[in-house]
Design a binder for this molecule. Structure first.
Ligand code: GDP
Ligand code: IMO
Ligand code: MG
Length: 423
C-alpha cells in the first residue's frame, strides 16, 4: 500500500513526526515538491532533527529516500543537511536518490526572492527567502537548469547564460544592486556537480520498478494544502502543488499508484508568513498558545500566527486531496485551556459559508462562527489509546470528524515518538 502524507492546513502540522513514525511500514520515502523552505522536525534517539530537503524517513536504517523531480534542489543546502544528519550518526550511504529531472536553485534565485519581496512592500508574501518561487518560475518559463544538465558541460553553459541574462534583467528592473555572473554560477555548479550526479537517477523509473516488485512508497508532502499554488490562499502561497495531485507528478509515478492520502493537521491552526488566517487569535491568547505550542518556525525561527481549528479549511483540504484519514498532532497543547473554539463556518457579507471560498477578498471579510467546547484541563501526554483521552477531548475530536467528514486515525500528544495514539 502506497500513501501520501501531507499537510492539510498552512504547513508545520507535524508531518515530520508522522512520516518518521510510519516509515517502518515502507521501503521508500519520497519528497515530491517544495525545497528547503520546509522544516520537518523529528525527535529520535534523544535528539532533535530538522529535515529540510531530506525525506523524514532518513533516520531509519535501510529505508531508501528519494527527492523527486517536483522538488527544487539547492545543492549547498542539501550537502549541508547531509553533513548535519551524518554528524548525528545517521548513515545515508546509497540510501539517497535525487531525481535527475529536479530543478536546481541557483544563487541568483535567492537574490530574486529577496528583491521581489522587498518590492511588494505591504503586500509581501513573507517567503522563506530560499529562492523557491524564482526557481519554480524559471522551471515553468522553461529556462530552468536541471540536475541532468550537469552531465553536459557544453549545454550547461548555454542554459546558465540564459538563466543569468533573465535574472539580471529582473534584478536591474527591480532596482537591485546585485548581478548574477555566468562564470561564478558555472563555478559554483562545477564545485558540486560530481557529488550531486553521483546521487542522481531516473527516480520515476526506480520507484516504478520498486513498486512492481512489491515495495511500498510513502510520498511526503511539504508545506500545506492552503499553501498550494492552485488551491491555497493565492497569492499568499508557495510556488508548488502541495496537494495529493502533486504527489504523483512530483515523484514521477502514476496517480493510480497512490492508495491512500493521510492529511496531517494540528489540533488548532498556525500560519507563518502573510495572508488570511480567519481564526487568528487576539492577544493575550495569541502569545499564550504560541508559547504552549512552541510555535516558532523550524526553518526561519519566525513566530507562527496561531488560531482556533478551522473546520472549513480542513473540510476543504479533505476534498481537494481526497483525504482517506487524518493524523491530528499537538492535542496536548490545548490541555490547559478552559474553553476551546472550533470554527464551523464564516459569515461573509451577511451570508453563512461552510465551504472554503476561493476569492481572497471574501476570505478577508470572513467572520468565523464558533462552537465552543469545554477544555479538559488535564494532561493528555501519556494517553496511548483513544479511551485514555478525557471525554471532553474525545467530544472535540468527534465533532471535527463530523465536520470534515474524515476519520481521525492518529492523535499525537507530544513531540516524542511514543506520544501517539493509533499506531
Ligand atoms: P512539519 O513541517 O509539518 O513537519 O512540522 P514542524 O516540524 O515544522 O512543526 C511541528 C512542531 O510540532 C515540531 O516542533 C514538532 O516537534 C512538534 N510536534 C509534533 N507533534 C507534536 C505533538 O503532538 N505535541 C507537541 N507538543 N508538539 C508536537
Ligand atoms: P513545512 O514543510 C509553513 C510559507 C512561507 C510563506 C509562503 C511562501 O515545514 O510545513 P516560499 O519560501 O515557499 O516561497 O514562501 O509559504 N512556507 C511555509 N509555511 N511551513 C512550511 O513548510 C513552509 N514553506 C513555505 O512562510 O508564507
Ligand atoms: Mg515545518
Amino acid at each position: 500500500m502506497n500513501i501520501a502524507v501531507l499537510g492539510a492546513q498552512w504547513g508545520d502540522e507535524g508531518k515530520g513526526k508522522i512520516v518518521d513514525l510510519l516509515t517502518p511500514n515502507f521501503s521508500i520515502v519520497a519528497r515530491y515538491q517544495g525545497g528547503h523552505n520546509a522544516g520537518h522536525t523529528v525527535y529520535a534517539n534523544g535528539r532533535k532533527f530538522v529535515l529540510r530537503l531530506l525525506p523524514s524517513g532518513i533516520l531509519h536504517d535501510g529505508i531508501t529516500c528519494v527527492i523527486g523531480n517536483g522538488v527544487v534542489v539547492d545543492p549547498q543546502a542539501l550537502f549541508g543537511e547531509i553533513a548535519e544528519v551524518e554528524a548525528a550518526g545517521v548513515k545515508i550511504g546509497s540510501r539517497l536518490i535525487i531525481s535527475d529531472k529536479a530543478h536546481l536553485i541557483l544563487p541568483y534565485h535567492r537574490e530574486l526572492d529577496v528583491l521581489s519581496e522587498a518590492r511588494r512592500g505591504e503586500r509581501k508574501i513573507g517567503t522563506t527567502s530560499r529562492g523557491i518561487g524564482p526557481a519554480y518560475e524559471d522551471k515553468i518559463a522553461r529556462r530552468g537548469v536541471r540536475v541532468l544538465d550537469l552531465r553536459r558541460s557544453d549545454k550547461l553553459r548555454a542554459l546558465v547564460e540564459r538563466g543569468v541574462a533573465h535574472a539580471n534583467a529582473m534584478l536591474e528592473a527591480g532596482g537591485g544592486s546585485e548581478r548574477a555572473s555566468v562564470e561564478e554560477t558555472l563555478e559554483s555548479l562545477a564545485a558540486i556537480s560530481e557529488r550531486l550526479l553521483a546521487l542522481a537517477d531516473d527516480v520515476g523509473l526506480s520507484v516504478h520498478r520498486a513498486l512492481k516488485s512489491g515495495a511500498a512508497v510513502l510520498l511526503e508532502g511539504a508545506q500545506g494544502s492552503l499553501l498550494d499554488v492552485d488551491h491555497g490562499t493565492y497569492p499568499y502561497v508557495t510556488s508548488s502543488n502541495t496537494t495529493s495531485g502533486g504527489a504523483a507528478v512530483g515523484a514521477g509515478i502514476s496517480p493510480m499508484a497512490i492508495d491512500a492520502v493521510l492529511g496531517v493537521v494540528k489540533a488548532y491552526t498556525t500560519r507563518v508568513g502573510h495572508g488570511p488566517l480567519p481564526t487568528e487569535f487576539q492577544e493575550p491568547l495569541q502569545t499564550q498558545v504560541r508559547t504552549l505550542g512552541n510555535e516558532f518556525g523550524a526553518t526561519t525561527g519566525r513566530a507562527r500566527r496561531c488560531g482556533w481549528f478551522d473546520a472549513v479549511v480542513v473540510r476543504y483540504a479533505a476534498r481537494v486531496n481526497g483525504l482517506s484519514d487524518i493524523a491530528m498532532t499537538k492535542l496536548d497543547v490545548l490541555d490547559t485551556l478552559p474553553k476551546i473554539g472550533l470554527c464551523t463556518g464564516y459569515e461573509i457579507e451577511g451570508s453563512l459559508h461552510t465551504e472554503f471560498p476561493g476569492d481572497l477578498s471574501l476570505l478577508e471579510n470572513a467572520a468565523p462562527k464558533y462552537e465552543w467546547f469545554k477544555g479538559w484541563q488535564q494532561s493528555t501526554g501519556e494517553a496511548r489509546k483513544l479511551s485514555d483521552l478525557p471525554a471532553a477531548a474525545r467530544k472535540y475530536l468527534d465533532r471535527i470528524e463530523e465536520l470534515v467528514e474524515t476519520r481521525i486515525t492518529y492523535v499525537s500528544v507530544g513531540t516524542r515518538r511514543d506520544q501517539i495514539i493509533g499506531l
